[in-house]
Design a protein around this ligand. Structure first.
Ligand code: UDX
Length: 452
């Protein structure tokens, strides 16, 4: 009845957004998670986490196409009742900062269990970010060991990295700029290509499908995230250069650099550094992987070092501006790793808080429009949490802008003057007009200094 039946094993950002987008285009999807509460929510048409446009899409599916998206807690059944299975499990960072492939391995075993009972050819697609060799040597071999089936003959194997950014997952799923397909063999790659030709239709006119082998596709994903992280650290290195000369503005410098068509302007915003679920995890994972193979990456070591040092640097700037901060009240504007999310994973605010506490600052208060609750899970009582902007600034002696939420954009120097005991402000995201703020309050911005 349906041209395609797909199982999606893992219901995080990639899994659930793909599942919803596929179902919207009349592909039958059986999602699977071991979390019963999550499965129940999905089956009731409720997104278990916030992501722009996802709930609206799930509402529509629930009303108009309810049979097209179901969530099971039994992955073997999901695989058995479909023709293509996509692995979208998380690959978290271990204590030693290498990749944890535990969920990938257990999912491969479950697929193996299913394929043991199935005679028809089945396509397995790894969508999770995994170090080179994982799809072939862990996923493929585990399925074979458990099922006795052979890749290339009984089942196909592909690796298709995803490039979704939080807050844009649906948009990025529906309108990618390219699709990368790594195939164990030609048949596997061809089958996935046909699936995407069906799913994307006309969009493919502007979106090339790149075919390669499994390991190359695995490395593309790291190539992407490492280059984006490198661009940010590069901008931050230049922001630090810019502070060595009076009146140089890093935003203008990077605009000038980014207008070169060979470079492009994106991911050159300097500031307090990157965070999020991917950049630290992926840069560390590929670094640890290459080291395990005998190659030590100096570039990626520097990318992480420069990034994390920006949290120390913003506190240095704050002390240059306000004097020693120990004993003073310090305010953090924004806690989430970027605006538009409540995600605190690897957020710069965490490193800033660590640095402030190292310097003996105990009176720290933070405010985030969405992430106060998640921040409390992460930071506990290391800081206090304000319910409004007024409250976070009240009687403070130094404010640090850490996340560039829209509601902070509207603040004027007078707002800082009105609420703070002494209006010292450090702009860690280049949100404010430098001249306006510099002439009105005690102000510094990362990547610009006025020595006059
Ligand atoms: C990123 C990648 O963009 C995405 O392709 C990948 O699949 C997952 O990782 P995400 O972590 O959701 O996505 O957020 P992104 O918008 O890329 O921002 C990451 C971090 O970099 C944020 O902390 C942001 O503040 C910071 N950043 C971004 C900068 O500091 N400067 C910039 O110019 C851009």
């Amino acid at each position: 009845m349906y041209k395609y039946k797909v199982s999606i094993l893992g219901t995080g950002f990639i899994g659930l957004c793909s599942a919803a987008c596929f179902a919207e285009k009349d592909i039958m999807v059986l999602a699977s998670t071991h979390n019963e509460k999550k499965a129940k929510m999905i089956n009731e048409g409720k997104a278990p986490f916030y992501e722009a446009d996802l709930q609206e899409m799930m509402d529509d599916i629930k009303v108009n196409k309810t049979e097209l998206l179901q969530c099971l807690t039994y992955p073997v059944k999901a695989v058995l009742e479909t023709d293509i299975s996509m692995i979208t499990q998380g690959t978290p960072m271990r204590e030693d900062r290498s990749i944890d492939l535990g969920y990938i391995e257990s999912t491969a075993k479950e697929i193996g269990e299913a394929l043991k009972q199935k005679d028809k050819y089945h396509l397995v697609v790894v969508r999770s970010t995994v170090v080179p060799g994982t799809s072939r040597n862990l996923v493929g071999k585990t399925i074979t060991e458990v099922s006795g089936k052979e890749p290339g003959k009984d089942f196909g194997l592909c690796m298709q990295p995803e490039f979704l950014a939080e807050g844009r997952s649906i948009e990025d799923t529906l309108r990618p700029d390219r699709i990368v397909i790594g195939g164990f063999d030609d048949k596997s790659g061809e089958m996935l290509k046909e699936f995407y030709e069906y799913f994307y239709g006309d969009h493919l006119e502007n979106c090339p499908i790149l075919r390669m082998n499994l390991e190359s596709a695995e490395l593309v994903k790291y190539g992407n995230n490492c280059l984006l992280s490198t661009k940010i650290s590069y901008a931050n290195e230049f922001a630090n250069f810019a502070e060595l000369v009076p009146n140089v503005d890093i935003s203008q410098v990077m605009k000038g650099v980014g207008l070169d068509y060979r470079i492009n302007k994106r991911f050159l915003r300097a500031g307090v550094g990157f965070g999020g679920s991917c950049f630290h995890k992926d840069v560390n994972a590929i670094k640890a992987w290459s080291k395990s193979k005998g190659y030590t990456s100096r570039l990626l070591e520097a990318v992480l070092g420069i990034n994390d040092d920006q949290a120390i640097h913003i506190v240095d700037i704050a002390e240059e501006l306000a004097g020693k901060l120990a004993g003073k009240k310090v305010s953090l504007l924004g806690l989430a790793f970027k605006p538009g999310t409540d995600d605190m994973r690897e957020a710069a605010s965490i490193r800033v808080v660590e640095e402030l506490r190292k310097r003996g600052v105990t009176d720290i208060i933070g405010y985030d429009p969405k992430a106060n609750e998640t921040a409390e899970v992460e930071l506990g009582d290391k800081i206090k949490y304000a319910a409004t902007i007024d409250e976070v600034l009240q009687d403070s002696e130094c404010a640090l802008l850490v996340t560039e939420w829209d509601e902070f954009k509207d603040l004027k120097p007078a707002d800082f003057k009105r609420h703070m005991k002494s209006p010292n402000l450090v702009d860690g995201r280049r949100l404010y007009n430098y001249d306006e703020f510099n002439s009105a309050i005690s102000f510094r911005a990362m990547g610009q200094i006025d020595l006059n």
